[in-house]
Design a protein around this ligand. Structure first.
Ligand SMILES: *[C@@H]1O[C@H](CO)[C@@H](O)[C@H](O)[C@H]1NC(C)=O
Ligand SMILES: *[C@@H]1O[C@H](CO)[C@@H](O)[C@H](O)[C@H]1NC(C)=O
Ligand SMILES: *[C@@H]1O[C@H](CO)[C@@H](O)[C@H](O)[C@H]1NC(C)=O
Ligand SMILES: *[C@@H]1O[C@H](CO)[C@@H](O)[C@H](O)[C@H]1NC(C)=O
Ligand SMILES: *[C@@H]1O[C@H](CO)[C@@H](O)[C@H](O)[C@H]1NC(C)=O
Length: 442
């Protein structure tokens, strides 16, 4: 009897071993679970390829990996991403962006009014929750989670097209500060897009995982996320493979837009000095804004750029009456050096350190005890900001992953783990920290 059992045991063991050894000769399985980064301004979707262990951030038909978080409604269609942005100018009241700022959140009536004043579309108060009032050939309302679901559906379609299979499962990231209700509504948005959510992970944890910090021996990780309009700093603590958010702080009025605005002010003053009048036409200001935005991006790689912007100015001329004269076309040119850009923004850049100091104080940690620093968000490409952080900590931050794709990369790794990746990965779990409050500077 016992001999039989041990024989059955040996057979099972042999089969198990054969299966284990055999699987390396089979084609690697396709990823079954996708990783979603539903950002305030951009969304991305990624997968972990079990065979190679590589993360792929999936691109759309035109090769773009970051999809704008905008949804536009017309009488005949609901468009998401770049197609929605293309309609933003002609259909501003029906093009919703920043929807994530409203999802699952209960607002005081006055706060919601202040918030909605910032947008060209109508935000209405439904018993404390935000809804968007739209008017195409009829008038209707949609919820923030419906907006999110259209973006997630687009992500799902991009993944299905790339992998050539149906996708029904996902892992999604949310800001560390999201409460249970905001997390629930984010999950509901994914469900509306036909996706089952296997896990919700915090964005800073995902960014740390993008650098493989769940697999190496580190204890304290500081994540600095500087996007277009907000700064979020999180202090993570890793205990036995599990991440715990120890402290959070930020500034919800600091980001790339502010740095561009300083450059725009400077060029407007230069125009005034050179031509005696400031640019006044909306189109001229729009062109200047686009030029300084491009210049800002170039200055992360080049020491200086020259901007050339055609303008139409009402230049005063003593020989004729300026009043009623047609605007004269001029070409405005300016050399903008990285040094000038840094001078114009130095006070803003230094504001980044305030929340860093707060999370260290709240986490009762000396800056020397921070093991790794992870940078997230496009604005962390600015060389002066990287230098500011390196100088403060006396060590270089982790920057090898594209800061716009760090979160989706980490979420895709988590999706790979949930999908039973092969070869097996170290798992990473988050310990929820329900008592955490975020300190905000602004
Ligand atoms: C609006 O247009 C769509 C598509 O043309 C049509 O299906 C729908 O019935 C129209 N609604 C109203 C209220 O006219
Ligand atoms: C409005 O919200 C409150 C609490 O958030 C709830 O108690 C109440 O039932 C809601 N009223 C309606 C009409 O949904
Ligand atoms: C979130 O969802 C869970 C599971 O569906 C539920 O038990 C919980 O009460 C929800 N919490 C909130 C705040 O909506
Ligand atoms: C920025 O760089 C790109 C290529 O590196 C170039 O095509 C573009 O003209 C530059 N823009 C400015 C404002 O210098
Ligand atoms: C970045 O992260 C990796 C862990 O994956 C680590 O080995 C490396 O030293 C880190 N630091 C820098 C400055 O790149």
């Amino acid at each position: 009897m016992s001999g039989e059992i041990s024989m059955i045991g040996s057979v099972i063991l042999a089969l198990f071993l054969a299966g284990y050894l055999g699987q390396q000769y089979l084609p690697p399985p396709k990823p079954k679970v996708i990783g979603l980064d539903l950002g305030t301004t951009f969304c991305s979707v990624g997968v972990f390829h079990p065979g190679s262990g590589d993360v792929e951030v999936i691109a759309d038909e035109e090769g773009r990996k970051s999809i704008p978080s905008a949804v536009s409604f017309t009488a005949t269609a609901v468009l998401a991403g770049h197609e929605a942005v293309d309609l933003a100018d002609s259909n501003p009241q029906n093009t919703v962006y920043d929807g994530k700022r409203f999802i699952g959140k209960i607002f005081e009536a006055e706060v919601l009014e202040q918030e909605s004043a910032r947008y060209p579309f109508k935000v209405i108060n439904n018993n404390g929750s935000a809804e968007f009032l739209l008017s195409t050939n009829h008038t209707f309302t949609v919820s923030p989670e419906f907006i999110a679901s259209r973006l997630l559906l687009k992500m799902r379609k991009m993944a299905e097209r790339r992998l050539d299979m149906r996708i029904q499962k996902a892992v999604i990231s949310v800001p560390a500060e999201f409460d249970e209700r905001q997390r629930n509504f984010t999950v509901r948005a994914a469900n509306l897009a036909g996706l089952e959510i296997l896990r919700v992970i915090n964005e800073p944890t995902a960014a740390a995982m993008a650098y493989g910090l769940h697999k190496v021996d580190v204890f304290n990780v500081l994540v600095v996320d500087l996007g277009g309009g907000t700064l979020d700093v999180s202090l993570l603590n890793k205990q036995g493979g599990m991440f715990l958010t120890r402290a959070m702080a930020g500034n919800n009025k600091l980001g790339g837009q502010d740095f561009s605005q300083r450059l725009l002010q400077y060029t407007m003053e230069r125009v005034q000095q050179e031509f005696g009048v400031p640019p006044a036409l909306k189109e001229d200001i729009h062109r200047l804004r686009q030029a300084v935005e491009a210049a800002k991006l170039n200055l992360t790689l080049q020491p200086s750029v020259t901007i050339r912007v055609p303008l139409s100015l009402h230049i005063h001329d003593s020989s004729e009456s300026a009043r009623g004269a047609a605007p004269a076309p001029v070409l405005f040119q300016a050399v903008i050096t990285r040094e000038l850009f840094e001078e114009l923004n130095e006070d803003l850049f230094e504001k980044i350190l305030a929340p860093v100091e707060t999370v260290l104080a709240e986490g009762r940690l000396d800056k020397a005890d921070v093991d790794e620093i992870v940078l997230v968000g496009g604005s962390t490409r600015i060389p002066r900001i990287r230098r500011l952080i390196s100088e403060y900590f006396g060590k270089d931050p982790n920057t090898s992953v594209d800061p716009d794709l760090a979160v989706v990369t980490g979420v895709a790794i988590q999706a790979g783990i949930m999908g039973g990746s092969w070869p097996l990965q170290v798992s990473a779990i988050e310990i929820p920290n329900r008592h955490l409050r975020k300190t905000n500077f602004s």
